[in-house]
Design a protein around this ligand. Structure first.
Ligand code: APR
Length: 277
């Protein structure tokens, strides 16, 4: 299956192959591996990142940091914006989200979970691609663009379940009558407590974190790798460019997520198959 925006011209050098082999050993030896992913992992699926070259914020400027407060002040208007985005960045994002498909990187992490070498994926991405790739132990820390969430009882729904009526906005929760918003976490919005609790549960257990495609600049997600390091765990990074974590990661694998993760998981699977024989 070919990826929408593959990195066909990226060739894994001998030096990178050796680093990937070392990363594979770390994963095989670890007691608990947790992956943390960001927008970079979905670049090969045709979704732009936020920062750096070609980033949405680079192109359109960062949105106001009080998005959540604006929602609370006027949820009807916020819903009208959701149903027909006016902001150029929101239009650009909605376009790519609609047609994007998982790439080799998403599939590799689902496989790593399936062979018992990844206990959870914490993603900052709202694009639903890990879910579509088959990841089950998935925590979407910034929400999922396909889901809705009640601000009262935190119940989540698909749009189809609620049947959105543009004449009656904002939609109300059928369980508690609370206001319903998109599940995506806005700037200024606290991460839902149930999601944060699950993140801490898996991070506390992890002695190896695989960080893919994030600038590691947004908290609380950017704190998790530091927590694993502080407890003496190991940190593996996959990113074509240096990030806030690159000096701390051992190794920091310089290449596109889809290509590098596919090779990494291939090695781990082979080793695992060999050890089971
Ligand atoms: N494979 C792996 N990484 C890549 C690739 C690729 N093919 N292409 C780019 N990258 C890297 C970039 O080098 C950069 O370090 O992905 C990273 C993307 O960083 P950001 O755009 O800052 O995305 P992210 O870290 O996920 O942002 C965190 O910020 O704006 C908020 O809510 C938004 O979840 C998002 C959060």
């Amino acid at each position: 299956m070919s990826d929408p925006t593959p990195s066909p011209d990226f060739v894994i050098s001998q030096a990178l192959e050796e680093q990937i082999a070392r990363a594979a050993e770390l994963i095989e030896r670890a007691r608990s591996v947790v992956a943390l992913t960001g927008a970079g992992l979905s670049v090969e699926s045709g979704i732009p990142p936020f920062r750096g070259p070609g980033g949405l914020w680079t192109k359109y400027g960062e949105p106001p940091l009080d998005g959540y407060q604006r929602f609370l002040r006027d949820p009807k208007r916020a819903w009208q914006d959701r149903l027909s985005p006016r902001e150029p960045w929101a239009q650009a994002l909605a376009e790519t989200l609609g047609s994007a498909k998982p790439n080799a990187g998403h599939r590799a992490l689902a496989e790593l979970e399936a062979i018992g070498r990844c206990d959870a994926v914490i993603t900052q991405n709202i694009d639903d691609l890990h879910r579509q790739a088959g990841s089950r132990a998935l925590i979407e820390i910034h929400g999922n663009h396909k889901l809705l969430r009640c601000l009262g009882c935190v119940a989540r729904f698909s749009e189809g379940e609620l049947g959105i009526d543009p004449e009656r906005l904002p939609p109300r929760c059928p369980r508690c009558g609370g206001v319903v918003k998109g599940d995506t976490v806005h700037f200024g919005e606290p991460i839902p407590a149930d999601v944060l609790r699950r993140c801490h549960q898996v991070v506390e257990q992890a002695d190896c974190m695989l960080v893919v495609g994030t600038s590691a600049t947004v908290y609380p997600a950017a704190e998790f790798p530091l927590e694993v390091l502080r407890r003496g765990g190991s940190l593996i990074e996959v990113n074509p460019e240096p990030s806030e974590l690159s000096d701390l990661a051992q190794p920091s694998l310089r290449g596109p997520g889809g290509v590098v993760l596919a090779r990494l998981v291939e090695i781990v699977s082979q080793a695992r198959a060999g050890s089971l024989r």
